[in-house]
Design a protein around this ligand. Structure first.
Ligand SMILES: Nc1ncnc2c1ncn2[C@@H]1O[C@H](COP(=O)(O)OP(=O)(O)OP(=O)(O)O)[C@@H](O)[C@H]1O
Length: 639
């Protein structure tokens, strides 16, 4: 029955928060929609508003304990903003139990386990979900649990012989050799995870795993191994690194023609293209009913895979196929809801390996897992290995990344102030970033002028590589420290310096980022290209994209969803690396957390410059760890 409550106060508060930019219009509309289906109790309305807001911030659910304690910190609101909303709603439950009872009483909420009427909201184990996210989380949890428990028998002596040869030249430098361990642990599993920071050898290890898979297969000629990553750039990088690593292994796998077998793997694909994305729908051509034609699927940059994509991927993977996820668990999670890799890697640091895993590791790799990593952390933890030693990240950039990752503000300040390849412009003005932009982008713009637009692919590739050597990353989109403000200011500066000649939107030298998948032109969200003259058609412009060592181009006027990309968000930079990376932090950093700073720093291979108008923002961000509400771990642990 409709509850005629004096809720006008609540909706006035909603309007105020919306006007102040603290609440999405969508959240109010969503709550009203739910009310139109039945109860409009204050508890239900407030829960809907908060749930929708959290969804916009990447959480897959609303934990009722958080709601009872006051979710303002999760929302980035002040305690007053929350208290005013709660007071306007009327009497709200005092604790999680009370919230649970009131929400369960609403006919729009399905209490998991009860008779299901396909209600839009789901309450499961003290968490409120939008139905779609609950379905995705349940699917991921069920599939991962089943897969983690499904460990196959291997011939330990045979594996040891082969893995010893594959890792014979490896300068491990660590004991135990986690890389070697990771490859034999993955070999037995239906799902496994290899996590580690930049340069810890995830790709190096997986190349050896591939060789091992071929070498131990009864029918290597028919083993179908597929490589994939969330973005085109990450996919191209994966393929390139694996090819390079496999090249070094050709004589280490007996009579097998590794080159030919590797060539049959084909190129690495984006997850969208692997699954067969269809324009304008969320569904894919491949799913449970039409599974992927693979025996082994290796997915790189798995931290970028959001909950919905992971659910689609697991749904489309045939039960017999092996899934190997590679990624850095400490990186920023996807913009979309879910922090799947982070959730799945909960025990990676500690290990939590059982005696059975210790025995298996010793028998297959000869490596002894130290006692400090033993425990009983569950089936998935037995299939998870964290690589702990970075090979190209030992200097100040690595030290800074480590300090940030560990939440050590003082140490981060120390490294930043010590100079060298790491620098910090404190109390900066926007002009500082703009000047860095001018210096950093002059080389590729000079190359364009010098080349005269010959269009020759080696020349284009050279220009693109120069562009890729430098990038400005932003934590936010809006304002003078955001992507939009900085792009405009840099463009203006380059124009003033005579490096670009802007007539309208498109001009020679304009870097662009694709913001939506476009199947017609074959460009995907996150692809970055440079605008150059079309040698075949004087007067017209083409955008050139680097794909591994190849170059692809599209007529500029055919690209509908693009934005200028002198500055880009840290989120979009994942999977890329630049020799010199500049990261600009805004004046107000309340929504910035450690993972973002860490991800920005780890994009830099040789030089990292931090620019911030207010120095306190960095410390605050490092101290703030993103907590994304999710029930994945609990659902996986459920028997
Ligand atoms: N055991 C090893 N012996 C010798 N070289 C190694 C070893 N492990 C890794 N390397 C080298 O270190 C570099 C980094 O390795 P790799 O690219 O595999 O790391 P990664 O973890 O995949 O990095 P990213 O996260 O940046 O993709 C590569 O040049 C690789 O060849």
């Amino acid at each position: 029955m409709k509850n005629e409550l004096p809720q006008s106060d609540l909706w006035s508060q909603v309007a105020l928060l919306t006007e102040a930019g603290e609440m999405r219009r969508l959240s109010g509309a969503f709550a009203r929609f739910v009310a139109s289906l039945g109860s409009d109790s204050p508890a239900l309305m407030v829960a809907c508003l908060v749930l929708s807001e959290l969804e916009g911030r990447g959480h897959s659910c609303l934990v009722l304990d958080d709601l009872a304690a006051g979710p303002h910190a999760l929302l980035g609101w002040t305690a007053d903003q929350w208290n005013e909303l709660a007071a306007a709603a009327g009497t709200l439950p005092r604790n999680a139990k009370g919230w649970s009872e009131q929400l369960t009483a609403a006919e729009q909420v399905w209490h998991a386990g009860d008779l299901d009427f396909d209600q839009p909201l789901v309450l499961d184990g003290g968490r409120l979900y939008l139905r779609r996210y609950w379905r995705d989380e349940a699917l991921v949890a069920d599939t991962i649990r089943t897969r983690a428990a499904n460990v196959r028998q291997v011939d330990a002596a045979d594996v040891k012989l082969k893995v010893d040869r594959l890792f014979a030249s490896a300068r491990s430098g660590e004991s135990p050799d986690w890389q070697k361990l990771a490859s034999t642990i993955a070999l037995r599993g239906s799902v496994s995870i290899i996590t580690g920071g930049p340069g810890t050898g995830k790709t190096y290890t997986v190349a050896r795993l591939i060789a091992l898979l071929f070498a131990t297969s009864a029918d290597p000629g028919h083993l179908r191994i597929a490589l994939a990553a969330p973005t085109g750039k990450a996919a191209a990088r994966l393929k390139q690194s694996i090819d390079k690593a496999l090249d070094e292994l050709v004589d280490k796998v007996g009579d097998l023609n590794l080159k030919e077998l590797a060539a049959r793997m084909g190129s690495a694909r984006t997850l969208h293209s692997l699954l067969g994305a269809r324009p304008d729908t969320r569904s894919f051509a491949h799913n449970k009913g039409n599974p992927l034609d693979v025996d082994v699927l290796i997915v790189d940059e798995a931290s970028m895979v959001h909950l919905e994509m992971m659910a689609s991927l697991l749904d489309a993977l045939p039960p017999h196929a092996m899934l190997v996820l590679l990624g850095d668990k400490d990186q920023l999670a996807s913009v979309e809801a879910g922090a799947v890799l982070g959730d799945l890697c909960h025990d990676a640091q500690a290990g939590g390996y059982t005696q059975a895993t210790l025995d298996y590791a010793l028998a297959t790799s000869g490596e002894e897992i130290p006692a400090s990593y033993t425990g009983n952390a569950g089936a998935l933890a037995q299939q998870t290995v964290m690589l702990r030693h970075s090979r190209r990240f030992g200097g100040p950039i690595g030290q800074l990344a480590l300090a940030v990752n560990g939440g050590d503000v003082e140490r981060a300040h120390q490294v930043l102030r010590a100079g060298g390849p790491v620098e910090w412009i404190e109390h900066a003005h926007q002009q500082h970033v703009v000047q860095l932009g001018l210096d950093g982008y002059t080389p590729y713009l000079d190359a364009i002028r010098a080349g005269g637009g010959s269009g020759d692919s080696a020349w284009v590739s050279g220009v693109l590589h120069r562009f890729e050597a430098f990038r400005i990353l932003c934590a936010v989109r809006d304002g003078e420290w955001g992507v939009d403000g900085l792009n405009g200011a840099i463009e203006h500066k380059l124009q003033g310096a005579g490096l670009i000649r802007r007539h309208g939107e498109w001009y020679v030298g304009r870097p662009v980022m694709v913001t939506r998948n476009d199947y017609g032109t074959g460009v995907f969200n996150g692809d970055i290209g440079l605008t150059l003259n079309d040698p075949a058609r004087p007067g017209s412009l083409r955008v050139y994209f680097l794909e591994g060592d190849k170059v692809r181009s599209v007529l500029a006027t055919r690209l509908r969803n693009v934005e200028t990309a002198y500055a880009m968000t840290v989120h979009k930079s994942q999977g890329s690396e630049f020799s010199h990376t500049v990261m600009a932090l805004p004046r107000d950093g309340k929504m910035i957390a450690r993972e973002l700073v860490y991800t920005g720093i780890t994009r830099a291979s040789e030089r990292f410059t931090l620019v911030s108008p207010a120095s306190a923002v960095l410390g605050e961000a490092i101290s703030r760890k993103t907590q994304r509400a999710s029930g994945l771990r609990e659902l996986i642990a459920r028997a």
